[in-house]
Design a protein around this ligand. Structure first.
Ligand SMILES: Nc1nc2c(c(=O)[nH]1)N[C@H]1C(S)=C(S)[C@@H](COP(=O)(O)O)O[C@H]1N2
Ligand SMILES: [Mo]
Length: 411
């Protein structure tokens, strides 16, 4: 028995240890209603200027609360400065439908695969007997940074913290699909989880093209940073689609279906559609344009060692650090600018944790005189794709990837 066998065996013995969720969420709602929580400042055009923090969601430390039920919890930027791996208890949370699993019976849990030449039903111990894989990958919401869209668009008004990086461990989806047997008419693979809508609408289900699902990298993960998945991040299993936005990373995954397609489910056919233009960019206000489902992530980077709006004692060379991601490719280069993007210097890159991971960067900003400064970082990925200066716009608020500006003042 290895560490995950014993983790899950422990969870099964206690069966509902992973519950406590309903209580935690109720407690947190009450705390917020009483206004007893702490608040964090946010710099978003159009507000809000601050948001409540809460530490009493199950399995979670201090998080920014956008909504209680179902939870939308954002990671504070300072967390990303501590490590390129986001701790599980600070990892952001996003669910669409209110009926989320607050209680999972690990012993009774089964992952089923239908539509193959053999029906498959796997318990967690069955799954743990299969060959394993592991890699680091950034999980980023398609709407990360939506709160910065100008003009504003509807949807969760995230700042930059609807993302996180973890080392995922699990079984290649290919291994499971091979076990199910792929019939001649299978073209797509669908994924569903334990969460349910409260009304008669489409459950949250996603699908991938068969060749993507079979690429040997897409993973059914049972561990995150060496621990079982937090309940709110999809215990006991979730799909990992490295390099792709996390709308495809179905949580509490309990059903996989081989299908002929096309997928007409709302979450594939209608939602998460972006303009089929470079950078998912259309002129603000545009509503009709050729659409395509969102897929791979472009490069991004953030300075994390200094908070936006900070006032600091002046020094001519200000050391700064941050994180970069290449998207679906590694990070080739990060540059920084202290003059609003007129001149750039190379930052030093930290250890390479793999092409899908965050990568640390460090640099000295040449500040010149005391006063206000606009600090920027710019990532180039291994494909040579560079973060653009100009923000994109689309009505879904998807795929922001421009160079971000941090405004500070030295005194
Ligand atoms: N079962 C299920 N999986 C889901 C979702 C959901 O609503 N239900 N939301 C998706 C979206 S849009 C995002 S951004 C990620 C969030 O992952 P996290 O909560 O672990 O950070 O989960 C994805 N997987
Ligand atoms: Mo998302």
């Amino acid at each position: 028995m290895d560490r995950f066998d014993s983790l899950l065996a422990g969870a099964m013995a206690r069966r509902r240890l992973l519950a406590g969720g309903a209580l935690g969420i109720a407690a947190s709602t009450a705390a917020l209603a009483q206004g007893s929580g702490r608040f964090i400042k946010l710099a978003m055009a159009g507000g809000p200027e601050s948001r409540p923090l809460a530490s009493d969601f199950p399995g979670k430390g201090e998080m920014i609360v956008l909504r209680n039920r179902p939870p939308l919890l954002e990671t504070p930027m300072s967390v990303f400065d501590e490590s390129v791996f986001t701790p599980n208890d600070r990892f952001y949370v996003r669910w669409h439908w209110a009926d989320i699993p607050l209680d999972v019976d690990a012993a009774a849990f089964r992952l089923t695969i239908t539509g193959g030449t053999r029906p498959v039903s796997l318990s967690l111990p069955d799954l743990l007997k299969l060959p394993r894989m592991s890699y680091a990958a950034v999980n980023q919401c398609s709407g990360n940074s939506r709160g910065l869209f100008t003009p504003r668009v509807p949807g969760a008004q995230w700042a930059h913290g609807a993302m996180g990086n973890a080392r995922w461990e699990g079984v290649a989806l290919k291994t499971l699909l091979d076990a199910a047997g792929i019939g001649a008419d299978a073209k797509i693979v669908g994924f569903g989880g334990l969460d349910r809508p409260l009304t008669d609408v489409d459950p949250f289900e996603k699908s991938l093209a068969l060749n993507h699902a079979m690429d040997g990298e897409v993973m059914v993960a049972f561990a995150m940073n060496g621990e079982q998945l937090p309940l709110l991040n999809g215990f006991p299993l979730r799909l990992i689609v490295p390099g792709w936005y996390s709308t495809y990373w179905v949580k509490a995954l309990n059903h996989i279906a081989l299908m002929a397609g096309p997928d007409t489910n709302y979450w594939m056919a209608k939602a998460y559609q972006i303009p089929d233009t470079p950078g998912a960019d259309v002129p603000p206000g545009t509503t009709t344009f050729p659409k395509t489902p969102i897929s791979t992530m472009p490069p991004r980077s953030w300075i994390t060692s200094v908070a936006d709006g900070a006032r600091l004692p002046h020094r001519p060379d200000l050391p700064v650090g941050g994180i970069a991601m290449g998207g679906d490719r590694g990070v080739r280069r990060v540059e920084v600018s202290a003059d609003g993007g007129q001149t750039w210097r190379d930052a030093r890159l930290g250890p390479d944790e793999g092409r899908y991971s965050f990568r640390r960067f460090d640099a000295a900003m040449q500040l010149g005189a005391k006063g206000p400064h606009a600090l920027m970082s710019r990532c180039t990925n291994a494909d040579g794709l560079v973060q653009p200066m100009k923000p994109n716009w689309n009505p879904g608020g998807y795929m922001r990837s421009c160079v971000e500006t941090l405004h500070i003042e030295t005194v």
